[in-house]
Design a protein around this ligand. Sequence first.
Ligand code: FE2
Ligand code: FE2
Length: 173
Amino acid sequence: MKKDISFETISKDILSNRKFQRISTQKHHGITRIDHTLRVSKYVYEIAKKLNLDYESATRAALLHDFFTDDEYGNVKGLAKGVVHPDIALINAKGEFEINAIVENAIESHMFPLNKTLPRYKESWLLTVVDKSVAIFECLAYKFSCVKITKELRTQMNLAAILLFYLITMGRD
Ligand SMILES: [Fe+2]
Ligand SMILES: [Fe+2]
């Protein structure tokens, strides 16, 4: 049986990387980019493990999916930021870490269908679904403060994310 690898072990080198730590100063969905990243990564780790996926690659992709700072957008504005930031994150990830094919595709495709890179692995589908679910929750809770977010809603959104993942990846290898 494969050895159980903890979230801390998987994330240690990334979280201690100087360049990566810059995302802790960046605003994202009304919180910081590192808080968003950790929330997405921890859910991806738990779900990928339960589903018997390559949870190590899925978690590393989740940690690196928004690895960029706002000054790296250049002149890009509005919705186009959603299209270009996966490529920026991938360049940064490749510059600092060893990236396998699953991690690469998951980072590149996490904004699908806004950007046109198709998620090619179950781990990629899981990241894009969990990221969207978490983003909706964070925007409602922290950015707009327009609804009273309860633990129940968060649980329901996670269940919806898992259900969506199953529907999308049903029948795939
Ligand atoms: Fe993103
Ligand atoms: Fe994200």
